[in-house]
Write a protein that binds this ligand. Structure first.
Ligand SMILES: *Cc1c(COP(=O)(O)O)cnc(C)c1O
Length: 403
């Protein structure tokens, strides 16, 4: 038989091999690499099966997990004081996965009435269609919370600090109450972040974060997390595999980067917010100033016990919608946008934006004034923000702040 010429691989094969050689790096990179791969190949076929069945540690398909997400999930769990953690591609992903894993048809949940708008919609529209019922309660009224608990109640759902009037829930007292009734106590800690408050240390079972806010900190990444005991996080991990919503590698990288400066950013956000809250309270123009770090805050004592500082958000009641609009429109430094927890200051009128679904009666029942303005304080110079606040208050006064 004549010798066949040795075939060299064709161009496409060479391109695929050449472009997917993963380097073995012997020195440790000082930033967590973005593992932008969906598939991970095994040494032999038995290994892939073992990884997919959870009999062996490793990665197979990035919806089930990838190294950048693992590092982020573990980092957040460490900061929260939890045994285990999991990260999602948004805060709502984390909330959906957590409630989807811990509630079934026929179950009931007790929920803080000041809950984040999309969480309320998830509970009252999506979960309700699957036979999960809910009762919304005032978290500062422990008797009302207890009265809402039924034999079918499984979950107590709270927020450390709630939108937009910055209600502070007494997590230790509420968790103790929930545990007397055998409930799983879930806390959305987004407005505080683990730097200001660690709900697991106060007795909560699971803590959620929208990492889109303070943890990421720059308004450039959507992400969410849940942390708690291994036993409570495991069913959420199993649910996440099937509903998706796994965090993207680049998103995980951005949140890791945010975490490195969380403490220094929040120290500054809180110091500036306190200065602005004091300035607003010293002015005769606002009807009320809401800031958890002011002695005038309705839950000032709880806030002092539970929070390292008063947080980066404050709210002002300017008495009427047109006064609130005049305040916001007079600002030149802050962004007129609805989010929070970023390097730049944001001002928003909750009744026409974040809480637009509520009628006037519902706004009143939730304690949200028609003239409320919420400010997420950024890292700009405090003198500039103080001047902006004065300008905004003067503009509100010019259209008339009702007494
Ligand atoms: C923003 C936010 C969420 C939702 O987070 P996303 O990352 O936007 O999905 C949930 N809870 C609170 C308190 C929030 O502020």
């Amino acid at each position: 038989m004549a010798d066949e010429p040795v075939r060299s691989p064709g161009f496409s094969t060479r391109a695929l091999r050449a472009a997917s050689r993963v380097p073995r790096v012997l020195q440790t990179p000082n930033a967590v690499p973005i593992y932008q791969a969906v598939t991970y190949s095994a040494e032999e076929s038995e290994e892939l099966g073992a990884v997919l069945q959870g009999r062996r540690e490793g990665y197979a398909y990035s919806r089930l997990g990838h190294p950048t997400a693992t590092i982020l999930s573990d980092a957040i769990a460490t900061l929260e004081g939890g045994e285990a953690g999991l990260t999602f591609d948004s805060g709502m992903g984390a909330i959906s996965g957590t409630l989807g894993a811990h509630l079934s048809q026929g179950d009931h949940m007790v929920v803080t009435r000041a809950v984040y708008g999309s969480t309320r919609a998830l509970i009252t529209t999506v979960l309700a269609r699957f036979g999960i019922t809910s009762t919304f309660v005032d978290p500062t009224d422990l008797e009302a919370v207890e009265a809402a608990i039924t034999p079918a109640t499984r979950v107590m759902y709270l927020e450390t600090i709630s939108n937009p009037t910055l209600v502070v829930a007494d997590l230790a007292a509420l968790a103790a109450l929930g545990h007397r009734h055998g409930l799983t106590v879930v806390v959305d800690n987004t407005f505080a972040s683990p730097y200001l408050c660690r709900p697991l240390e106060l007795g909560a079972d699971l803590v959620l974060e929208s990492c889109t806010k303070w943890l990421g900190g720059h308004s450039d990444v959507l992400a969410g997390s849940v942390s708690g005991s291994r036993d409570l996080v495991a069913p959420i991990a199993a649910t996440q595999v099937d509903i998706g919503a796994t965090i993207a590698p680049f998103s995980a990288f951005l949140v890791l980067r945010g975490i490195e400066t969380l403490a220094v950013r929040l120290d500054r956000h809180c110091a500036t917010a306190l200065a602005l809250a004091r300035q607003a309270e010293g002015s005769p123009i606002p009807r009320a100033v809401f800031y958890p770090g002011l002695p005038s805050h309705p839950q000032a004592a709880v806030a002092a016990r539970q929070l390292r500082a008063g947080g980066g958000l404050l709210a002002l009641d300017l008495g009427a919608r047109d006064a609130a609009a005049a305040f916001i429109d007079a600002l030149t430094v802050p962004q007129r946008t609805a989010s929070l927890g970023s390097v730049f200051t944001m001002a928003v009128h909750p009744p026409s934006t974040t809480h637009r679904q509520l009628s006037s009666a519902e706004l009143a029942a939730a304690g949200i004034a028609e003239g409320l303005v919420r400010i997420s304080v950024g890292l700009e110079d405090v003198e500039d923000l103080a001047a902006e606040l004065a300008t905004g208050l003067a503009a509100a006064a010019a259209v008339g702040v009702p007494a």
